[in-house]
Structures are given as C-alpha cells and as structure tokens.
Design a binder for this molecule. Structure first.
Ligand SMILES: NC(=O)c1ccc[n+]([C@@H]2O[C@H](COP(=O)([O-])OP(=O)(O)OC[C@H]3O[C@@H](n4cnc5c(N)ncnc54)[C@H](OP(=O)(O)O)[C@@H]3O)[C@@H](O)[C@H]2O)c1
Length: 285
C-alpha cells in the first residue's frame, strides 16, 4: 500500500477506523475524514502512534451538509495530487427525522448524497490517478428498501429503518450507474455489505432498534476487525483490479437485490441526486 493515497470517510469509528488503521499499518497515505476537527486530529494522532505512519492527514466535514462536502473536496484537490482509493464509508441510522442545513432528510443526505457528491467532485483526480478505485459501503438491508421517488425525504411518513434501507439501496444503484459512466477509465467502483458488525452504529436509532440490537448482539454480531475485511480487500486486492460495478459480501462478488438492477430507476435517482447536489448532468453512456 506504499505510494497509495486513500481517503476514508467516517475514519474515527467502527469499520472506517479499522480500515484506516490497517491501511496505515501497510504504509498507505491515509486521508482521514471525520465529523469534527477534534475527532480527525485525535484519530490521526492515535493511528500514527500505533502504526508509526506519519503520512496521515486529518480532515473534518459534516457530511450531511453539502457545503461541507464541497469544501472538503476543495481541500483534498488542493493538497493531494493523487487519489488512488475513495472509500465512502460514513453512515448513520436515525430514530427520528431531522432536516439538514440544506433541508434534506439527514439519513439520505449523509448515506447517499455525500457519497454521490464527494465522488463527483473527486472523479477527475481519481481518473488522473488511474488505476483507481471507489468503494461504497452499503448493506444487505438494501434488499428491504425501495426508493420513494415521490417523497425521498419521507416528509409524509418517516420510518427510521425504511429511511436507512432506502439510503443503502441508493448506494448500490449509484455504484451501478457510476460503473457504466466509468467504462474505459480504469477507475472501478464497487459496493459491499460488511456483515452485521458490532460497532457504535445505530446509537442514534429508535429505542426499539437499540433494544433489538442488544438482544441479538451476542449471537449474530461480528467484531469490527472482521467486518472491515471486505472493504480492505476491495481497497488493496490485485485480484479485483478490473472488476467494477459489483456488490461484495465476504470478499466475493454476489448478486444484489433485484430492485437495485433497474436501470431506469438508477438513472432517475442519478438525475435527482445531481439536482439535489447542484451538479451538471453526466449522461448515461
Ligand atoms: N455495523 C453494521 O452492522 C453495518 C452493517 C451494514 C452496513 N454498515 C455500514 O457501514 C458503514 C460504517 O458504519 P459502522 O458500523 O462503522 O458505524 P460507526 O461506528 O457508527 O461509524 C460511522 C462513521 O460515520 C461517521 N458519520 C456519520 N454521520 C456523519 C456526518 N454527518 N459527517 C461525518 N461523519 C459522519 C461517524 O462519525 P461520528 O463518530 O462523529 O458519529 C462514524 O465515524 C456505514 O455506512 C453503515 O451503513 C454497517
């Protein structure tokens, strides 16, 4: 991983933290994106002390705010002439509905729009650094989601888990739509389910979610070190150098839910996401 520059969002906790530590330990230059400067600086200092890697860079952004995603991308482009891997990992599950500063529902903004916008803003740097990789951390629960095109932000009927499932389905659909557009660029894009992992994830979920998690946790949950293996594999493995537009579970490309393959829906979501992120249209080839 020496000479590789890897950006990881949500690097202070859970899967992002394990990925950051593992890749730092292998000598990569790691750009650590955390919600606050305090968390980012502490993460950089702790990982540096543990791994001996001083080529770590701390960045802060509230990824639910589109202006923060834009200023993060500007700083990355200014400071880093190469970007080999973009690991879109940060995510939330929220018990209650909150509007972001942009007036968007927070789960959708953080889990999907931030992946979409950050990727779009960094895409030319990734292309210049090719071969390069984009990795979107989704979830198996994408299969239980649907995209409510008439009410993406669930203003009428907010359901916490459905909001999360919808955002994770959006991750998979975004991956497939982007892979089509990146054909021939040597920039690949894949997504994954990490497993059911014992992290801090869901701490802002509903009481019912937290009670259910506490009950099943000892039986079903794997630890973050195991859970991070698929995204680490997608970051570094030479075996998947050319694979793109795939969904991975336990390091293997498998089929995602039927609903995720509907090109018409992928393109509809793509256009809506561009409008919400105030981006120009990138035509489906
Ligand atoms: N754990 C599981 O069982 C599981 C299963 C399937 C998929 N996933 C996916 O795995 C990814 C990582 O989750 P995890 O399990 O590692 O959970 P985690 O320990 O809660 O980590 C989530 C990370 O995302 C960051 N984040 C959330 N909202 C943010 C925002 N607005 N701005 C900046 N950073 C933000 C968090 O920062 P703070 O610490 O500041 O909150 C944290 O660093 C998520 O995309 C999740 O959907 C997890």
């Amino acid at each position: 991983m020496r000479n590789k520059t890897i950006l990881i969002t949500g690097a202070n906790s859970g899967l992002g933290r394990v990925s950051a530590e593992t890749l730092a330990d292998k000598g990569a230059e790691v750009l650590l994106v955390c919600r606050t400067k305090k968390k980012a600086d502490a993460t950089r200092d702790q990982i540096s002390a543990k791994t001996g890697n001083s080529n770590l860079h701390a960045y802060s952004a509230d990824l639910s705010a589109m202006s923060d995603v834009r200023s993060l991308a500007e700083k990355i482009l200014r400071n880093h002439p190469r970007l080999d891997v973009l690991l879109n990992n940060a995510g939330v599950l929220l018990g209650d509905r909150f509007d972001t500063v942009d007036g968007y529902e927070t789960t959708f903004a953080t889990n999907h729009l931030a992946y979409f916008l950050l990727t779009r803003l960094l895409i030319d740097r990734l292309k210049e650094s090719a071969p390069a990789r984009i990795i979107n951390v989704s979830s198996m629960v994408h299969a239980w989601g649907s995209i409510d095109f008439d009410d993406l932000f669930m203003k009428k009927n907010y359901r916490s888990l459905q909001a999360y499932y919808q955002s994770k389905l959006a991750n998979v659909m975004f991956t497939y739509a982007l892979a089509r557009r990146l054909q021939g660029t040597r920039v690949t894009v894949n997504c994954l389910h990490p497993g059911v992992v014992d992290t801090r994830f869901g701490r802002e979920g509903s009481l019912l979610y937290k009670v259910s998690k506490a009950i099943v946790r000892p039986f079903f949950y794997i630890n973050a070190e195991r859970g991070a293996q698929t995204q680490i594999h997608l970051t570094e493995s030479a075996d998947i150098e050319e694979l793109t537009g795939r969904y991975f579970v336990k390091k293997r490309a498998v089929k995602s839910a039927k609903s995720s393959y509907r090109v018409e829906d992928q393109e509809r979501l793509w256009k809506l996401s561009e409008a919400l992120c105030d981006l120009p249209h990138w035509q489906n080839p």
